[in-house]
Design a protein around this ligand. Structure first.
Ligand SMILES: Nc1ncnc2c1ncn2[C@@H]1O[C@H](COP(=O)(O)OP(=O)(O)OP(=O)(O)O)[C@@H](O)[C@H]1O
Length: 671
């Protein structure tokens, strides 16, 4: 505008000069001038037009820049140090949710979130102090109260026109911030998840490590176990041993590791190879475990029987077969021997049975009565087993003879038969008798003594007069029978024993059990097989046979003396309280020339001992002890007869303890 006024004034001056010039000009000159003026006019019009156009262009550009400022994608504002806004674009106003007019002249601090005020103040201080561009991020408040995350970039103007003014661009970061926050949240969450997963992974790894270690340990233990167990263990893969423990190698008499890479059939006896191979194949196909029994080929060349089992398993992630095997040679040979023994016994029994009806003797036992046939049959059955046998019968009926016969027919016949009269053992010596003792184990133990269990090892122990066994001893015997071992007195090491018990009594054992003289457990342990021997008076048909047997035995002649009919009659009519033992003694005495004297002995119950020393019976002269022993034996025999072989009464009558009588009877062979 000022330019136009200036222009007009200059033109008027020019016009005034021109008028004064024109007044001095001729017409031609004036026409030329007018023409020039006209041209000038045209030129000016053109210039004017160009100028107008330029102005228009300028106005357009101005509007464009104003719009560009106002509607720029980021907020702009300007303020002085006091924070009062002198300018702000529409974008900023929109950002704050207010009109542009209300922003201008308001304080910039008004729009900053309270918590971020210190930060903003610091930011401005830096800006005005350093006069260098500054950046920061903070939150502005929208008119709705919500927070807007913004990034500020401020510059301090130095140019003359705007000196001290701060121009600030405000970039809306809210969306980015939210996205960032969301992302951060996600990252945080994923980090947590990740860390949890990592923790889980770590725990899992730890667990796996532990499991691995445990597995390794278990594997080590199993390997150790497999190496050290008594049974042979092998693993077969592709028909080769890939593992064989020490026991398996030893089973075949091979050094450790020698079985590896060997075909298992190579150590099996040719006779059993096909069977074992087919079992192996079957196990592979069915997956079920299969037992087998075969003869092996040990390096020792001895007989080897093995019992084992094949079972499918995985070995180093491939199918394999686990072999467990044990040496049963002893057991097998024992069984074979037993089977042979049983066959032999069966044959014997059949042969015996076929002639049983007319059987007059059974081993050393004489008798053809039906009652004795029954005894023989029972004895045969007992001989075929190893079970305990209990023999009932009156004194002198032949219980020990039967026990001995059972032993002689049993599989133990090559071992000892050890008879023990329980009634003859002093109470305080039971333990020592049965278990033995070491020298000095107790007063009177002047030398080592083997006990009955050691003597009868593998044989038969005949416990006669079992009813005389003290209860405390029954407990001890029971333990030995159950455990198969005992410890001699004064020793610490246990000894093995394997004895068969045959027990006998002339008392009613059932009654003793009821009266608790015999313990229940002990009773049942030995009361497996029972045989009852009938008294002689109930089988008088056996008397002629017994007579013939004893006459032959005691006369010692090829042609035994004939026994008169009246003697046989007397023997038949007597009721034999002392049974076969008494019969045997009577015959022995008769053959030595003494009278039978049966009637007298029968009726005398309370008689005092009588001496029967006539000329014939007087003992031969000899050593004093011999004479005394002969004398004592005769007295005992006579008193036994007087008391019908009742040992308790005989002992009482003789004034000696029963156990002493037993011992004396044993000593003098009054058995
Ligand atoms: N049937 C028999 N045949 C031949 N001798 C027999 C017979 N029975 C018993 N004896 C003989 O009679 C004696 C006594 O037999 P044994 O000792 O076996 O009887 P016991 O029943 O055990 O007697 P105790 O109960 O007194 O111990 C022995 O010499 C025995 O040989």
């Amino acid at each position: 505008m000022d330019t136009l006024i200036e222009f007009r004034r200059k033109m008027q001056d020019n016009l005034h000069v021109t008028t004064s010039i024109v007044s001095h000009m001729n017409q031609e000159e004036i026409i030329t001038l007018i023409h020039e003026l006209w041209i000038r006019q045209v030129e000016l019009d053109i210039e004017n037009e160009a100028f107008r156009h330029a102005q228009h262009e300028l106005e357009n550009s101005l509007q464009y820049y104003a719009d560009l400022y106002n509607f720029a994608p980021m907020g702009y504002c300007a303020f002085y140090k006091d924070g009062i806004l002198v300018n702000a674009n529409a974008t900023l106003a929109d950002l704050l949710g207010v009109s542009r007019e209300s922003v201008i002249h308001s304080s910039i601090f008004h729009y900053v979130v309270q918590d971020d005020q210190p930060l903003f103040q610091q930011y401005l201080q830096e800006l005005f102090a350093t006069k260098l561009p500054q950046y920061c991020e903070l939150r502005l408040i929208h008119v709705s109260g919500s927070h807007i995350y913004v990034q500020l970039e401020s510059r301090l103007r130095h140019d003359e026109r705007y000196t001290g003014q701060c121009w600030m661009t405000v970039s809306n970061m809210t969306e980015r911030k939210q996205t960032q926050e969301k992302l951060e949240g996600l990252v945080r969450q994923q980090s947590v998840e990740l860390s949890m997963t990592a923790e889980q992974l770590r725990e899992e790894a730890e667990r796996r490590k532990r499991v691995g270690e445990a597995l390794e340990e278990t594997e080590r233990q199993y390997r150790m176990l497999a190496q050290n167990v008594a049974d042979g263990i092998g693993i077969i893969q592709d028909c080769r041993f890939v593992f064989a423990n020490t026991a398996l190698c030893l089973l075949f008499g091979l050094p450790e590791g020698a079985l590896l890479e060997m075909n298992p059939l190579d150590v099996i006896h040719a006779e059993y190879q096909a069977d074992v191979e087919s079992i192996l194949n079957e196990v592979e196909v069915s997956g079920a475990s299969e037992p087998f029994l075969a003869q092996g080929i040990p390096s020792t060349g001895k007989t080897l029987w093995i019992e084992g089992e094949f079972r499918v398993m995985d070995w180093k992630e491939r199918p394999a077969i686990l072999l467990t095997a044990k040496d049963i040679t002893e057991h097998k040979l024992h069984n074979i021997a037993l089977e042979q023994e049983q066959k032999r016994l069966k044959k014997e029994i059949t042969a015996l049975k076929s002639s049983m009806k007319e059987r007059y003797r059974f081993g050393e036992i004489i008798g053809k009565s039906a009652a004795m046939q029954e005894v023989y049959e029972q004895a045969l059955k007992a001989a075929a087993t190893d079970a305990s046998v209990f023999i009932y019968g009156e004194s002198g009926t032949g219980k020990e003879l039967i026990a001995r016969t059972i032993h002689d027919m049993s599989k133990r016949r090559d071992q000892k038969f050890v008879p023990v009269n329980c009634g003859a053992i002093p109470e305080n010596l039971f333990e020592s008798e049965f278990f033995g003792h070491r020298r000095g184990a107790f007063t009177g133990a002047i030398r080592d003594k083997q006990g009955l269990f050691a003597v009868a090892h593998k044989g038969t122990l005949f416990l006669d007069e079992l009813g005389e066994l003290p209860a405390a001893m029954q407990v001890k015997l029971l333990r030995v029978l159950d455990e198969g071992e005992f410890t001699p007195i004064g020793e610490t090491s246990v000894k093995k024993t394997d004895v068969r018990i045959i027990a006998a009594t002339n008392r009613n054992l059932e009654d003793l059990r009821r009266r608790k003289i015999v313990r229940e457990d002990f009773f049942f342990r030995i009361h497996v097989f029972t045989i009852t021997v009938p008294p002689l008076r109930e089988r008088k048909e056996d008397i002629p046979l017994l007579l013939e047997y004893f006459v032959r035995r005691f006369s010692g002649k090829d042609a035994p003396p004939a026994i008169p009919g009246n003697i046989l009659d007397a023997l038949q009519h007597y009721d034999w309280p002392g049974n076969v033992r008494e019969f045997q003694n009577v015959i022995q005495r008769y053959l030595s020339g003494q009278p039978l004297n049966l009637i007298e002995t029968k009726k005398e119950e309370t008689a005092k001992p009588r001496l029967m020393l006539d000329g014939k019976t007087r003992p031969k002269t000899g050593e004093f002890q011999e004479v005394m022993d002969d004398f004592e034996k005769k007295i005992i025999l006579e008193v036994l007869e007087q008391h019908r072989w009742n040992k308790s009464k005989t002992a009482a009558s003789l004034g000696i303890p029963r156990r002493t009588l037993y011992r004396k009877m044993e000593r003098y062979g009054i058995m």
